[in-house]
Design a protein around this ligand. Sequence first.
Ligand code: PEP
Ligand code: MG
Length: 883
Amino acid sequence: SQYVYRFGGGVSDGGAGDKNLLGGKGANLAEMASIGLPVPPGFTISTEMCDRYYREGERIPDDVRDEIAGGIAHIEAVVGKRFGDPADPLLVSVRSGARVSMPGMMDTVLNLGLNDETVAGLAATSGDERFAWDSYRRFIQMYADVVMGVDHGLFEEALEIAKEDKGVHLDTDLDAEDWRRLVGRYKEIVAEELGRDFPTDPHDQLWGAIGAVFGSWQSERAKVYRRLNDIPGDWGTAVNVQAMVFGNLGETSATGVAFTRDPSTGERAYYGEYLINAQGEDVVAGIRTPQYLTRAAREKAGAKAASMEEALPEVYGQLAQVFETLERHYRDMQDIEFTVERGKLWMLQTRSGKRTAKAALKVAVDMANEGLITREEAVLRVDPAALDQLLHPTLDPAAPREVIAKGLHASPGAACGKAVFDADTAEKWAEGGEKVILVRVETSPEDIHGMHAAQGILTARGGMTSHAAVVARGMGRPCVSGAGGLSIDYRAGLMRIGAREVKQGDVITLDGSTGEVMLGEVPTVQPELVGDFGALMAWADAMRRLSIRANAETPADCRTAREFGAEGIGLCRTEHMFFDAERIANVRQMILAPDEAGRRAALDKLLPAQRDDFAEIFRIMAGLPVTIRLLDPPLHEFLPHQEEEFAEVARASGLAVETLRARAQDLAESNPMLGHRGCRLGITYPEIYEMQTRAIFEAAVAVAGEGGEAPIPEVMVPLVATKAELAIIKALIERTAEAVFAETGKRIDYLVGTMIELPRAALRAGEIADEAEFFSFGTNDLTQTTLGVSRDDAGRFLGIYVDKGIFARDPFVSIDVEGVGELIRLAAERGRATRPAIKLGICGEHGGDPASIAFCESVGLDYVSASPYRVPIARLAAAQAAL
Ligand code: PEP
Ligand code: MG
């Protein structure tokens, strides 16, 4: 089979559709070449080779070596130079390129093909001896680090010494002779460190670099990134080998990165950074501070250094035209890399640009309005999970704040926490329940775990496309990057801003939308759900079939849910209402009571509070269905533990502490999740469900009498395994409801249904539907009981299961379609066979997970129910599932 795909010089063996085979970078290079954009010629070694590389002992097989030689010949023919030619050498870059970009994870080698002979050829053909030796030393440094594993710090140290010896501060103060000497020193370092020489044969260099790219696929950093981003380990990476073009050949050369729209706000304005006389890595690495691409951006920032629009107007004009071509061609915002070599523009990469949720929304809505994409496409473009970023609070604009520094608005949202200066501490403190802000000079892939653990990220160096900015946007963490006024002292564990010191553990606040850094905690306000958000949601609502409800039991959560567009409550967990500080003693008294009379006495005290709870929810959810689930805790959750708690129950009940203790011991279970919970409580202590039912209907009747829209209660019975259980409890509910109706002289329409959260219930759904007017799939328990995996303890090993590919994703997060899903499918079929109009929903955590929502759509459920903040996510995901 074919492993090498050429591009450039009028040839394109692949195209944008070949991402799986060629990786994102390779596929898009081929695509750009095919639409006539200026791409340096090259070839891509496919991801299939990555798999073979590992299968065949981490080496490149001979047949593929021959194909690669053909690829080099292609480049030689187009460029008119030969690889290894001492007079006029072809130099290449070697880069990785997986299906999806993995920022900073994989390695790049530039200027490959240089050695003591070819460097002279480069000097001669470029007419710039200093450039040639500088390129050579960069190559050795990069290659030795990435391919040979020599600590790059050693080279930086040698460079610092060279500058000190010469009494200068800047790299630009070194001349050709200095670089030549440094090349010698670099080669000594390699020999000292590894006991072998730096490879001089360009072909050896090439095999080494290709192997290193494939090898980096299994590096620890890459594995961590894949785990955090749900990227399968078997995708593999491609390798791109491409003719070098140089942005560091003087004042008409430059290199830069750009977005066709602002990746932070989504605004329709080119956004980018460039550096004159620099090589690509200089922009990303933050060694020199990049300049703005456009004049407007420069003026807005009040920066002095000329924008590319001003400094290189002609090439800028060409670049702007390329932006338009790319957007029209890809019909999406693009993130591109380019180089200008002596006035000639070259495109090095394009890909769909990573963007904040805010930008994603704006770009999708704008592009639909511009007619570039359809509304359906706009709805499909926005990742539902990313909406999360928009739904969370932002800083209260009216709150006083003490701004101590300002950087770039690299990733939006407000974050507050204790400043920490290294990733390990960030992770450790976060595990201990602290909120932390990770503060670094700049971040690198080694910091990913700390960035993940942090509320937000602050860096002193780096632009909008720095590692910190890109990764933070991807993770949805607020980030302020390049806050120039900061000086961070890692050893002392503090940062200085002017005369001020912020020590590790001091609280700071970041505003990733403005770039401001504040001392202390600044209060936040709820987001506004209008504008682009409102527009996209309205389109999504018109496209979806599933209804969306919320899991909520407090008035505040119910209000949030309704604001976020919930069409009812799908699960009101009544046990949560019992944890209230004032009620818990009565609840404990009820549980520990030795007999029914004792329980009734305690329940009588709980009834008015429950009634008030329900009344409040009915008022907030007026006109919408509210599913109230009768009590379902493992009893042990309520048992008193402390001396003081027992004493309190003793006072409330009049029973002796000794008696209570003995009773608590009787009630203790070794497997409470499979124990005396759910409807089993209602069967053994019917007075509990009787009290709750009474509270529901007294509240419903009372609220109906207030004149607004009538409440629509749906009473739900938990943890049912058999029809008989449901029959007993349904009779109790109907009896109690009738009693309330008789007492008040008013009637309310209501439904009685059950959760399906045990495999037996799913299997016997046909007969359970004789009693149940609705099913709500409790996929938390259904997953626990189907897999036999404890939902409370599974964290200890599920991560390893996911790593090993036993589960594609944590089954408590995303539904196990084949197992748990089959039970749901079967229960839905059997339930409908008995009762065609039966209402079907899901209220486990999966109700807010986009992949699980797609599954619910495929089974034809009527609704999904998610926690309030996930309601908009569910609305969008439901629309996507329906399209
Ligand atoms: C479930 O089991 O999926 C469910 C919603 O109930 P709970 O999480 O309260 O057990
Ligand atoms: Mg449950």
